[in-house]
Design a protein around this ligand. Structure first.
Ligand SMILES: [Zn+2]
Length: 154
């Protein structure tokens, strides 16, 4: 827990996070869980068409780590597509490109990924209160230490 060096930078969470094949009853439906950083790997490599080196740089990880995440992502998507399983995008070990924080007094400010990794904020830049909390995109897990998003059920 809280191993910040493992965070992968993610620039966007997909607008839709659950896909279900048509014609399969929920009781019989198997589900594949695609981590948010796996979805980001597919987005960068397959949708934007970047080289693996660029993708790895954007996610602030090594090329071999990126390659492993991408392989895992593609394997899951293929499994879902060809075996008729649902895909749920959630959880993982990632951090957003920027994270919005709010203090007890209602001040809000954005903290870039690089700052979150090197020196997470400890007080509000305006009123200096230490009572601050990160705000989360709707429906994305709960709050962990230093604002890390942690998936449900992992
Ligand atoms: Zn404040």
């Amino acid at each position: 827990m809280g191993r910040r060096q493992l965070w992968r930078k993610v620039s966007a969470i997909p607008p839709v996070t659950f896909f279900k094949p048509a014609g399969i009853r929920m009781a019989e439906l198997e589900e594949v869980r695609l981590l948010v950083e796996e979805a980001e790997a597919i987005r960068l490599k397959d949708l934007e068409g970047l080289e693996q080196e660029e993708c790895a740089q954007k996610m602030k990880i090594s090329r071999s780590t990126f390659s492993r995440i991408l392989d895992s992502a593609r394997q899951k998507v293929a499994d879902a597509l060809l075996n008729g399983k649902a895909i749920r995008i959630e959880g993982g070990n990632f951090e957003m490109a920027t994270r919005r924080f709010r203090c007890l007094e209602g001040h809000e400010w954005d903290v870039p990924f690089e700052t979150l990794i090197s020196a997470p904020p400890e007080f509000c830049p305006r009123c200096k209160t230490p009572s601050i909390m990160p705000l989360f995109p709707p429906g994305m897990g709960h709050r962990g230490r230093h604002g890390r998003i942690v998936g449900h059920g992992s």
